[in-house]
Design a protein around this ligand. Structure first.
Ligand code: AMP
Length: 112
């Protein structure tokens, strides 16, 4: 999609610190890391949020989770948090589905 930041990272048009690529996903480090490991896993195809992706392509939705687990395992973490923000009211700022993988520090619940 034109003017989508994460579509451009997937396409290689702007740089991303890519840590894993699978058939349908790309994982790259968040520019503004909130944990020692903070990686975004995105589908290669454009969907606005997690629910849109899950409705359109459940297999790729699952692939995001397995890719995130692989990144966590490669970094040596058994414990990690996965987050989808949906909507500006909870902080979504990029409207291309992305799964946040956070690991490497203690985390509280409920989240802020
Ligand atoms: P969200 O607020 O859930 O939409 O998450 C968007 C995330 O994208 C934020 O954590 C940003 O720090 C991150 N981000 C924005 N631009 C880039 C970029 N060019 N490369 C990597 N991460 C980015």
């Amino acid at each position: 999609m034109e003017d989508c930041l994460f579509c451009k990272i997937v396409a290689g048009e702007i740089p991303g610190d890519i840590v894993l690529e699978t058939e349908h996903t790309v994982a790259f480090r968040d520019l503004n890391a909130q944990a020692p490991t903070h990686v975004l896993v995105v589908p290669r195809d454009h969907y606005a949020n997690a629910a849109e992706l899950a409705a359109a392509d459940p297999a790729v939705s699952a692939e995001l989770v397995t890719a995130a687990a692989a990144v966590a395992a490669e970094a040596g973490y058994d414990d990690y948090r996965l987050v989808y923000n949906t909507g500006t009211g909870v902080g979504q700022s990029v409207f291309h589905t992305h799964l946040h993988l956070l690991a490497g520090r203690p985390m509280t619940w409920p989240p802020g």
